[in-house]
Design a protein around this ligand. Structure first.
Ligand SMILES: Cc1cc2nc3c(=O)[nH]c(=O)nc-3n(C[C@H](O)[C@H](O)[C@H](O)COP(=O)(O)OP(=O)(O)OC[C@H]3O[C@@H](n4cnc5c(N)ncnc54)[C@H](O)[C@@H]3O)c2cc1C
Length: 329
């Protein structure tokens, strides 16, 4: 510990607005603060993992290796996406049904409004309920291949309508999407927050965010949401980035800002997968540690059906595999 004693001269030389106490802390406190260390006694955060339904036999094997590796981390739920315009309806259903039948995991099925009547969407939801699925991630969806969104004439127009419809089908647990940097179709950030509130008022109990790299945007969004009367959990969606060029394209399409430093981190390693994966782990670990230091204790991981980065980052967050206790002799 530094033993500097402040003289009146020292305090009066402080920059305007900076108090003596701040200056004193600066001079006498530890030089390198760092993020708070997690002790073994801290409760680990609650995690959820997102998968996409596989298109080929090889991808199916990759997905199941990923599920088996992440299963012992006992996530709160795992979710399976629904392809643009419902294009993966059968594959999403098959993946979710296999998770119910063959694992200890609790699945959540994504479901969208786009390109289907209300009756068709309700029938898919009923099929999930009958298969034992109790959690739906309710989304509007996008037009397959891009283009301006138009509600289907006989369909649910927006996610808030879908949430209300699902609640009429059965008493599902429902999660919805949120956008810390505002959805690109929203008139403005406050209109987007109103929309989030409508989805929660219609019966959703959790929001999962789109991926983001600017933690301060997420933390500001939490403040705005609270000010708008939203008290449901808003869980950050974490995307470990290994393919920077592709992720930057997705970010541009969905209004997510890509800080300069992130591009710089991946500069010059486009052909070096090993280094990219290490950089990706560091970037994502820094992101979640900073969020954890700001009191966030729930995380949703976009796994892209690969377990290694998600597993390592979960470990850094303090999550450990639940090992079955040995049977007493
Ligand atoms: C966690 C997460 C998971 C996702 N999973 C999938 C998936 O599995 N499959 C898939 O296809 N896509 C998925 N998406 C993408 C999502 O479908 C798109 O982002 C889509 O563009 C918006 O969906 P939403 O549910 O947020 O829409 P909504 O909440 O309906 O909002 C869409 C836009 O419309 C505006 N809006 C809402 N209501 C009205 C109204 N009445 N009048 C005018 N404007 C309105 C909102 O402000 C917003 O800008 C996911 C996104 C996230 C964040």
């Amino acid at each position: 510990m530094n033993s500097v004693v402040l003289s009146p001269t020292a305090s009066s030389s402080a920059a305007p607005g900076r108090s003596t106490a701040t200056l004193e802390r600066w001079l006498t406190g530890p030089r390198f603060g760092g993020l708070p260390a997690r002790h073994a006694g801290h409760a680990p955060p609650a995690l959820s993992f997102e998968f996409f339904p596989p298109r080929t036999e090889a991808l199916e094997q990759q997905l199941w290796a990923c599920i088996r590796r992440l299963e012992p981390l006992a996530p709160r739920f795992v979710s399976v996406t629904y392809g643009a315009g419902g294009s993966t309806q059968a594959r999403t259903h098959a993946t979710v049904a296999r998770i119910v039948a063959e694992t200890s995991l609790t699945p959540a099925a994504h479901l969208t409004c786009v390109g289907a009547t209300r009756e068709e969407v309700d029938a898919v939801a009923r099929g999930y309920w009958e298969a034992g699925v109790r959690h739906i991630v309710a989304l509007r969806g996008d037009v397959p291949g891009g283009g301006a969104y138009e509600p289907h004439p006989g369909g649910y127009a927006y996610a808030a309508d879908l949430v209300a419809g699902l609640k009429r089908v059965a008493d599902f647990e429902i999660s919805v999407a949120a956008y810390p940097e505002t959805h690109p179709n929203a008139a403005n950030p406050l209109a987007d927050l109103d929309n989030l509130k409508r989805k929660l008022d219609a019966g959703a109990t959790r929001a999962i965010t789109n991926f983001f790299f600017d933690n301060s945007a997420f933390l500001r969004f939490l403040d705005l949401a609270l000010a708008a009367g939203i008290t449901a959990p808003i869980v950050p969606g974490i995307m470990p980035v290994t393919n920077f060029a592709q992720q930057a394209k997705f970010a541009a399409m969905s209004g997510v800002s890509v800080p300069d430093w992130l591009g710089h981190m991946f500069d010059g390693i486009a052909d070096d997968l090993e280094t990219r994966r290490m950089v990706a782990a560091v970037v994502a670990a820094e992101q979640v540690r900073l969020l954890q230091a700001n009191g966030i204790d729930e995380f949703h991981f976009y796994t892209l059906n690969r377990s290694d980065l998600t597993y390592a980052i979960a470990h850094i967050l303090g999550v450990r595999a639940k090992v079955a206790s040995p049977t007493p002799a």
